[in-house]
Write a protein that binds this ligand. Structure first.
Ligand code: C2E
Ligand code: MG
Ligand code: MG
Length: 731
């Protein structure tokens, strides 16, 4: 099971490699362009490797379908020369090694089993006829079309061979070879004491040869880091003589004489000469390469969560789609996730808490994907997952469900439990001409559809969903003209004193009569108006309309007393520095007494810039205008902060009201909210009262006022007139 997964991953990496460099044999990849660049990371890895990476068909005359550019530097042949001539490798083998190597290759290839390994060292003649020692390590892997190929690395071990050779020949030759080696060369004896140190080592470490001879291995590397990186100490390494790393790169943190550290890669091998064991190593300072890797990493990752960023994600989607084109069955899926209430958390708890939540969400998401999948943070609270090699739609849906389930448990941030839900959009890449941007846009569209259906769900993209996005854009266009075309209207919903159900006031609620679409509810267009900044002129107009109405009611039904009029105010309006002045103007123009006006604010208006908000609210209070906090209980603000604001009225969100009477045995959540409000001397209005049982329960809990369909629906001004008339007659 595990192995199958590994080999699948390996296979797709392999195809990526061949494709990325246009070496797919029959179908060379198109030249790199902005929309379809090769997998840059793969390129960085391949060209940074110390050796020639290759893929070749089995057998001595097997075609080399890919060789990395390093071949030019090591053997003098260009990659295309090497891949276009199937017999070249066998012909360039050193005559003394040829028959041995061909026999070895044939024996290993004969097994025809994926996973079969070939390891050999042999000489090969460069283009100019010089022989070089290469170490060839390869294994048989299966490509997507089922062909078996060698995938391997050729490392140049000429210098190491020369040292071994020289050691056998004469001391003097050995010295020359060691001194002229292009890498730092260090030899230690079995106790870890330095016995050899060449000129390049002096340059790399800072100790002269005389100073270095006699140093211990532990003086030249950071032992704790060694243990952390290799799972054993330096002593353990000495005991095995580095046998188990046999020539492969061993990464260590090395120390210079001045105490500074640098990352180094060691090529280690063991020699035994006249019964004396030595561990030899070429040491290469990899600081530059590491720095480059760090820069590349930064360019392609989100600094907060360390997940892939949008650029890398798009690359990966492109690579996945081009891999997929080879296979008729596998599916690529993009899942786009948007956290539903992230803005509330960020606004009410602050950015630091918001960041902490994003990091925690990223960690949970990580546990939902397989190692080969790509998880990214695209922006703010938007995450994305790329799934490859899927057998179809159901597997993508299964991942979406897993994500939903993993997010179910609340997060603990700032000693608070925070519930997070995500809306997920899924798009599937099944057609060969899918482009990455299409896949991502479709997932985005599906995500909006999921959000529209109710938070915390997922949707798989379907063509009709695109219409919803178009509709949103059209709606924005139409909204621009709605006010001047007279399509906006204010409805009024009365609220009553709960004790005797006498009329206390009314809330102004905006309606949009769209010429083609009919009535559009405020939840659908107020967020758009806020986004566009249009809420400022629209809000001004609502306030004018409402004040006009209130004055008229007072004139026509003086017996109803001074009714209060509530008007909703968006955060965006409160932030406008002209807001208080405009409210004062409108109220005085209509001749409304300011204590008849209540402005309803939401928690989000108060937390964005609390100092500015407090200032504005105090100015409004000075004018005599009263303030209400709308939808209380839906944000995350602590109850205590209420004291900071000059707010007189608390509107309890209808979710708490709906819950009343539904579970008579459980303690009502509305209770602590109402208790707190009373404790702070605030008036309370329950929203969304729909039946008599709720009225009874609210009375018991001491709630002062109620608003809801049970008493009256929001009504156009004329119908409200009839309602008031009826009320006045009952008096
Ligand atoms: P809100 O201020 O909390 O208004 C109460 C909402 O509850 C209204 O929805 C109202 O129609 C609805 N409602 C009243 N009684 C009941 C009931 O018994 N059951 C149920 N299920 N719902 C009830 P509406 O009119 O759709 O308004 C939605 C929101 O749009 C308002 O919530 C308010 O936040 C916003 N809004 C409306 N008009 C304006 C406006 O002029 N300016 C601004 N900034 N926002 C507005
Ligand atoms: Mg309201
Ligand atoms: Mg409300």
């Amino acid at each position: 099971m595990e192995r199958a997964a590994t080999s699948r991953r390996r296979r797709s990496r392999l195809t990526a490699l061949t494709r990325s460099f246009g070496l797919g044999g029959q179908s060379p990849a198109p030249p790199p362009s902005a929309s379809q660049r090769p997998d840059e990371r793969l390129h960085t890895i391949v060209s940074g490797a110390r050796g020639i990476i290759y893929i070749s068909e089995l057998g001595p005359l097997g075609r080399w379908t890919y060789v990395s550019p390093q071949i030019e530097e090591i053997l003098g042949f260009s990659p295309s020369e090497w891949t276009s001539d199937p017999g070249l490798w066998a012909r360039q083998l050193h005559p003394d090694d040829r028959s041995r190597v061909l026999a070895e290759e044939e024996a290993d290839a004969a097994s025809s089993k994926p996973g079969q390994v070939f390891e050999s060292e042999y000489r090969i003649l460069t283009r100019s006829g010089v022989s070089r020692w290469l170490r060839d390590t390869a294994s048989i892997v299966e490509t997507e079309d089922g062909t078996l190929v060698w995938s391997g690395v050729l490392t140049d071990v000429t210098e190491r061979r020369a040292i071994e050779e020289a050691l056998r020949a004469s001391e003097e030759r050995y010295r020359t070879v060691v001194e002229t080696a292009s890498d730092a060369f260090v030899s230690i004896d079995e106790d870890g004491v330095v016995v050899e140190w060449n000129r390049k080592a002096e340059e790399t470490f800072g100790w002269t040869r005389d100073e270095a001879i006699g140093l211990r291995l532990t003086d030249t590397v950071v032992p704790e880091r060694f243990r952390a990186a290799h799972g054993r100490g330096v002593e353990g390494f000495l005991r095995t003589g580095g046998d188990d790393v046999g020539g492969r790169g061993l990464e260590v943190t090395a120390l210079r004489q001045d105490g500074s550290e640098f990352p180094a890669e060691l090529s280690v091998w063991l020699t035994v000469s006249q019964g004396v064991r030595r561990i030899n190593a070429f040491v290469r300072d990899t600081s530059d390469r590491k720095a480059l890797e760090a820069v590349t990493h930064r360019a392609f990752h989100d600094p907060l969560t360390d997940l892939a960023n949008r650029a890398l994600f798009t690359e990966r989607v492109a690579a996945a789609l081009s891999r997929r084109a080879d296979s008729s069955t596998a599916t690529v899926a993009v899942l786009l996730l948007d956290l539903d209430d992230f803005k509330t958390v960020n606004d009410s708890l602050g950015h630091a808490a918001g960041d902490e939540l994003l990091v925690a969400v990223a960690a949970r998401l990580r546990s939902c994907v397989r190692p080969g999948d790509t998880l990214a943070r695209l922006a703010g609270d938007e995450f994305a997952i790329l799934l490859e090699d899927l057998d179809g739609r159901d597997s993508a849906v299964a991942v979406a469900k897993r994500v939903g389930a993993r997010l179910e448990a609340p997060f603990e941030i700032d000693a608070m439990e925070i519930a997070v839900r995500a809306s997920i959009g899924i798009s599937l890449g099944q057609s060969s001409d899918d482009r990455p941007e299409d896949l991502m846009r479709d997932a985005d569209v599906a995500m909006y559809a999921a959000k529209a259906r109710g938070k915390g769900g997922f949707e798989v993209f379907a063509a009709h969903m695109r219409d919803a996005v178009v509709k949103r854009m059209e709606l924005k266009g139409d909204l621009r003209h709605a006010l001047e075309r007279g399509e906006l209207q204010v409805h009024y919903q009365p609220y009553v004193t709960l004790d005797d159900e006498s009329l206390a006031g009314a809330e102004a609620l905006l309606r949009w009569h769209h010429a083609e679409r009919g009535i559009i509810p405020p939840a659908d267009f107020i967020p758009l108006a806020e986004e566009m900044g249009l809420i400022v002129p629209i809000g001004r107009w609502v306030l004018g309309e409402a004040c006009g109405q209130a004055v008229e009611w007072g004139r026509r039904w003086p017996q109803l007393g001074r009714l209060t009029l509530s008007v909703n105010v968006s955060a965006r309006q409160l932030q406008d520095r002209r807001f208080v002045g405009e409210v004062a103007d409108i109220v005085s123009t209509h001749g409304l007494s300011t204590e008849q006006l209540v402005l309803e604010l939401t928690e989000s208006s108060l937390v964005e810039d609390p100092d500015q908000a407090v200032g504005r609210l105090l100015e409004l209070r000075e004018l005599g205008i009263r303030l209400a906090l709308d939808d209380f209980g839906t944000g995350y603000s602590s109850l205590g902060y209420l004291q900071r604001y000059p707010i007189e009225i608390l509107k309890v969100h209808r979710a708490f009201v709906a819950e009343l009477g539904r579970h008579p045995d459980e303690p009502a959540l509305a209770k602590p909210i109402l208790q707190l409000a009373h404790h702070l001397g605030m008036k309370t209005i329950a929203e969304g009262v729909e039946d008599a049982a709720q009225v009874a329960a609210l009375r018991v809990l001491g709630c002062g006022y109620g608003q809801g369909y049970y008493f009256a629906r929001p009504l156009p001004a004329t119908e409200l007139g009839a309602f008031l008339d009826e009320r006045a007659r009952r008096l």
